[in-house]
Design a protein around this ligand. Structure first.
Ligand SMILES: [Zn+2]
Length: 69
């Protein structure tokens, strides 16, 4: 039961940074240790520093612009 992932830039509960293509998560910045990930590890969706594996349940669309109230 995969929930529908947001596409493009995303975060993990507001932390880290990832880009999602279909069901493929490229984790650019780790939400655990806040390190920029190594390209090879990023492409596998794991952190090359702390081995954190993001949960699909935590993925949220990245808010690029705050809508002016
Ligand atoms: Zn990490």
């Amino acid at each position: 039961m995969l929930k529908k992932l947001p596409q493009g830039a995303a975060t993990f509960c507001g932390r880290g940074l990832a880009f999602i293509h279909g069901t493929h998560i490229v984790m650019k910045v780790c939400p655990e240790c806040s390190q920029w990930n190594a390209p090879e590890a990023a492409d596998r969706g794991v952190c090359g520093w702390c081995a954190y594996v993001p949960s699909c349940e935590d993925v949220e669309p990245a808010v690029v612009f705050d809508a002016a109230a």
